[in-house]
Ligand binder design. Structure first.
Ligand code: FES
Ligand code: FES
Length: 153
């Protein structure tokens, strides 16, 4: 049994210690906003925040998470969509959308830790894979957020 804090709520889950957080979220807790892509920390589809840090949940064993705060895409919006989500809509970033919850969680963490990233910083941080090739629009939306124009297309 493990006690986890997910989006501010304490949850007790009965799983093996090496169960990846991704499967606890999706299969045990029914929170399917976080996606499975590769399972080897390569694609970023499963990105969540752990104590505010963007983390690939497919390789994060649940046993390592007691006492830590997990935030998923389900909790990113408040009364309104998060500015990153608004920018994603304004700049029509998603295509199929499959990779985008992980992409958005990675961007949110990057901008919180570095509000004025250079293109080099963006390239180094945004290693999420998008099979639809939304990279130019991701870059465009990030630049709009940096400029404080995230919701304007
Ligand atoms: S599913 Fe976790 S990085 Fe690809
Ligand atoms: S929008 Fe389709 S994989 Fe990224």
């Amino acid at each position: 049994m493990f006690k986890l804090n997910i989006n501010g709520d304490d949850k007790v889950v009965d799983v093996e210690p090496d169960t990846p957080l991704l499967w606890v979220l999706r299969d045990t807790l029914g929170m399917t906003g976080t996606k499975f892509g590769c399972g080897i920390a390569a694609c970023g589809a499963c990105t969540v925040h752990i104590d505010g840090q963007a983390t690939r949940s497919c390789v994060m064993p649940v046993a390592a998470l007691e006492g830590k705060r997990v935030t998923t895409i389900e909790a990113l919006a408040g009364k309104e969509l998060h500015p990153v989500q608004q920018a994603w809509i304004a700049h029509q970033v998603p295509q199929c959308g499959y990779c985008q919850s992980g992409m958005i969680m990675a961007v949110e963490a990057m901008l919180r830790q570095n509000p004025l990233p250079s293109d080099t910083d963006i390239d180094a941080t945004m290693t999420n894979i998008c099979r639809c090739g939304t990279y130019p629009r991701v870059r465009q939306a990030i630049h709009a957020l940096i400029a404080g124009e995230g919701t304007k297309s």
